[in-house]
Design a protein around this ligand. Structure first.
Ligand code: PMP
Length: 353
């Protein structure tokens, strides 16, 4: 830290993104990206003519993209908010709605604690249940912002819509933020509850199911007033937070929704293949509704498996936190990638046997 840095950030521990290595070609199963390219319409929409327009600022209101999302998801444009990845939305939500503190599961998306620390939001972490699930009752009547990833990361486990509704009813004076980054892989979105609850904020992203992680595009649905609050923060920081090319790519992606639905179906098939193969090798695999599985083996330490896979050119995500350090989170890629992954795990297990 330089001697110029504001003292209030002295203790801030920044988020560590998953590795994006450049030293060699890996089978990259560590950051939950899609193995599929963006749809053909996206590839042709981001063309030379659009590149020329980069001299102009983008539309800060994302008018067309917003209207398209509203139409596709059956809400009004006033209920839609767009940002530079869903991380941007989470950041603003902690700023806007964390005045009385925040509560989230102790094991969940690692950025929640960083945003809480960054904005001085008092955070309470509730341990997961013994089966790694979330007991919604423990998040009721808390009188603070509630943040739940559904499906949760890195477990992949989901909570029911009844549970989400209970959270909304029993925290009526605070926002309940449901982070649905992974909902398109077999989860159930709570968006239909928006009609009845003005404290709901549903956050989604183009990074996973719509193959646009590098474009940075996140979106949220909320009541008009909640969305207006987020807009206020956006216009107080960076009104142009969704750049021109990303808006064009997003619009084109929404026009080919069926392409992405088919990709999600393939990911779910590959997830089943991977989970079954891991179980056959003796792994414990949680019942994931996301584009990754969370798995551990009694035969090899979690970190040792991660390192050995990396040495052999397969990258997965390992977390050193004690409760989950025996697990690895494995992104579901193409069928070929998952077959290579399973072969490599089998080799490693054979060698240590
Ligand atoms: N929420 C969860 C639960 C995530 O795992 C991620 C991906 N790291 C995000 C939000 C952020 O995704 P993005 O900013 O790419 O939309």
């Amino acid at each position: 830290m330089s001697r110029f840095m504001n003292e209030k950030y002295a203790g801030l521990e920044a988020y560590t993104p998953g590795e994006q290595p450049r030293d060699q070609q890996y089978i990259k199963l560590n950051t939950n990206e899609s193995p599929f390219p963006p749809s053909p319409g996206v590839l042709s929409a981001v063309n030379a003519a659009e590149l020329e327009k980069l001299r102009l600022y983008c539309d800060p209101a994302c008018t067309e993209l917003r209207a398209k999302l509203a139409e596709l998801y059956g809400v009004k444009p006033e209920n839609v908010y767009l940002a530079n990845g869903s991380d941007d939305i989470l950041n603003f939500a902690f700023m806007a709605f964390g005045g009385d503190g925040v509560v989230y599961p102790a094991i969940s998306y690692g950025f929640y604690s960083v945003f809480a620390a960054l904005h001085g939001v008092e955070a309470e972490e509730i341990p997961l249940e013994a089966d790694f699930g979330i007991d919604a009752e423990k998040y009721c009547g808390r009188n603070k912002l509630v943040v739940i990833a559904n499906p949760n990361a890195p477990t992949g486990l989901s909570i029911s819509l009844d549970d989400v509704e209970r959270l909304l009813q029993r925290n009526p004076n605070h926002v309940v933020l449901i982070d649905e980054a992974y909902v398109d892989f077999g989860g159930e979105s709570c968006l239909p509850l928006l009609k009845r609850y003005d404290n709901l904020l549903v956050v989604q992203t183009f990074s996973k199911s719509r193959s646009l992680a590098g474009a940075r595009l996140g979106f949220a649905f909320g009541s008009e007033a909640v969305i207006a609050d987020l807009e206020k923060i956006k216009y107080s920081t960076n009104p142009y937070n969704v750049n021109r090319l990303t808006q064009i790519a997003g619009i084109a992606a929404l026009e080919q929704d069926e392409y992405y639905k088919e990709n999600c179906r393939r990911i779910m098939e590959n997830r089943r293949y991977t989970a079954d193969a891991l179980k056959a090798l003796g792994f414990t695999v949680l019942d994931s509704k996301a584009n990754f599985v969370f798995a551990k083996s009694e035969r090899i330490d979690g970190e040792a498996l991660y390192l050995e896979l990396k040495r052999r050119g397969v990258l997965v995500r390992h977390f050193s936190r004690e409760e989950i350090c025996q697990f690895n989170r494995i992104t579901i890629g193409s069928r070929e990638e998952m077959e290579r992954f399973i072969e490599t795990v089998s080799e490693i297990l054979e060698e240590i046997a």
